[in-house]
Design a protein around this ligand. Structure first.
Ligand code: C2E
Ligand code: CA
Ligand code: CA
Length: 466
């Protein structure tokens, strides 16, 4: 091989002045500089790559998800794409039990499961905390549901130490809007099924936007409405089946909005339960009722006992004993005139706590009613276990029953069973004469329904019944 003369001279192998050492150093320094340069360039690339990843889940980071998603959608105009978002319900529990590292391990596991499930030209990233987003292609809604089922199953199976519950929201990309807006819409869909124990996914539809706006409007005005005295406790009479006379009442809240007039509870109770405002409304209603009963006593009238609704939120956040005793002590109202209505959902969540709380409320002198029996997953077993005084049979249950012979048999037996367990029975939502006649043939004690009277303002109630 013919070696270049200049190179040989430079290396000092040939030539007049072979400054071997100097030249050797120059070569060595050049090599070292080159090695450092290579390492530097590699590091820059590595840092850039790290910058694109989310260090916890190992998926691409959120900023890149948005850029890439926009590119993919633009590039594949003929494909149908959807944004799928989910979060891990009770993720905080994993953090509490297994520490931050345990929580991070779960997020990493989710990251690698998603990586395995998505395909080319699809994306997955962690949005924030325990919320993940994916961009997927699809042909039919069933395909999306199938994908969600796989994600759900794989993640649950990959982390069997905790019973994970994932909630999904889907936005099918039908409009050329920003990725942020698409993700918001998937979030709206996800929030619509949050806390729902039966459905774990929902597709976004534009009606949800109206609901969110309605919810925001209610949330923006509720506190000032409470302060302005726009909430009022109405009373609905409860009639004795035997005597057909009023014997007691239930307090039901009404919101007198200056513009919309009376807003029915169906429009806001659920929202108040979600944002905990129901706790304030309940206390407000209890106070109004205590004042009313005291006023009746002052006037020398024998008060009708009044049932107070206790929201499941109140019961579950363990403040019920303190809240109700504070109110009753403040007004010094005799407890014999108060009854507390709880719903079965509070019992199903934690039976032991429910029984202990009911026992404590009994010791304090309150009577306890189980509201809406028959509207949910009511079990007869519940009747046997719970130390309740009154069973309120839900109007839907009664309506169904009054339309069939078999239904009548079931209602009759439930009433008989409750009576055997020393409970009083109240049937709600009674509207028709037939229903009253049917109930007269059972051991039902009281009827509450439009057949006798609708809920009414206290003044009207007093005029009618005193
Ligand atoms: P609920 O406790 O089951 O109250 C009975 C509901 O049935 C009331 O609706 C009442 O007006 C209605 N009702 C009574 N008789 C009939 C009837 O014959 N036919 C029909 N169709 N309906 C009848 P309302 O007042 O709209 O209250 C709805 C729900 O809102 C209540 O159901 C209760 O769950 C909740 N709620 C109302 N006030 C309060 C409150 O102060 N606190 C809490 N936590 N919840 C409340
Ligand atoms: Ca009630
Ligand atoms: Ca009820």
């Amino acid at each position: 091989m013919k070696v270049n003369q200049g190179v040989l001279e430079f290396l000092g192998v040939v030539g007049e002045y072979p400054y071997i050492l100097i030249r050797f150093f120059i070569v060595a320094i050049t090599l070292i500089v080159m090695v450092f340069l290579a390492i530097y360039i590699r590091n820059i690339a590595y840092i850039k790559m790290i910058g694109e990843l989310d260090s916890i889940s190992g998926l691409i980071n959120w900023d890149n998800f948005k850029i890439e998603a926009a590119n993919i959608i633009k590039k594949n105009r003929d494909e149908k794409y959807a944004i799928v978002q989910f979060d891990i319900d009770k993720f905080k529990i994993v953090n509490d039990i297994y520490g931050i590292n345990g929580g991070n391990n779960l997020l990493k596991t989710v990251g690698s499961e998603l990586e395995n499930l998505i395909e080319k030209e699809e994306l997955a990233a962690r949005f924030y905390a325990d919320v993940f987003c994916m961009l997927i292609t699809y042909n039919t809604d069933d395909e999306i549901v199938g994908f969600i089922q796989r994600v759900n199953k794989n993640i649950k199976n990959s982390y069997p130490v905790v019973n994970l519950f994932l909630t999904f929201g889907i936005y099918r990309i039908v409009e050329d809007v920003s990725i942020d807006l698409m993700v918001d819409r998937a979030a709206i869909a996800r929030n619509s099924v949050k806390g729902n124990s039966v459905r774990y996914y929902a597709f976004f539809d534009s009606k949800m936007l109206e609901e969110v706006m309605h919810e925001k409007k209610i949330e923006n005005t509720m506190q000032s409405a409470l302060e302005a005295g726009e909430f009022e406790a109405y009373l609905q009479p409860q009639y004795s089946v035997k005597t057909e006379k009023i014997v007691s009442a239930e307090a039901l809240v009404r919101w007198n909005d200056p513009i919309r007039k009376i807003i029915p509870p169906g429009e806001y109770i659920e929202i108040f339960e979600k944002n905990n405002f129901i706790v304030k409304v309940d206390v407000y209603v209890w106070k109004q009722v205590c004042k009313t009963i005291n006023l009746w006593l002052e006037r020398g009238c024998k008060p009708y006992p009044v049932s107070l609704n206790v929201s499941p939120v109140h019961f579950k956040n363990r403040s019920i004993i303190k809240e109700i005793t504070d109110v009753v002590n403040e007004y010094n109202t005799p407890k014999e005139y108060l009854e507390l209505e709880i719903t079965e959902s509070v019992v199903l969540d934690d039976m032991e706590y429910a029984i202990n709380t009911i026992d404590e409320l009994h010791r304090l002198g309150f009577r306890i009613a189980m509201d809406d029996f028959g509207s949910g997953y009511s079990s007869l077993n519940l009747l046997n276990k719970l130390p309740i005084d009154v069973l309120k049979i839900d109007k839907e249950f009664l309506n169904d029953a009054s339309n069939s012979e078999r239904g009548k048999i079931v209602i009759r037996d439930i009433i008989a069973m409750a009576k055997d367990l020393d409970m009083q029975v109240v049937c709600e939502g009674v509207e028709k004469h037939d229903e009253v006649e049917f109930l007269k043939g059972t051991d039902c004690d009281k009827i509450q329904g439009y057949y006798y009277a609708k809920p009414m303002p206290v003044l009207e109630f007093e005029k009618k019944y005193f």
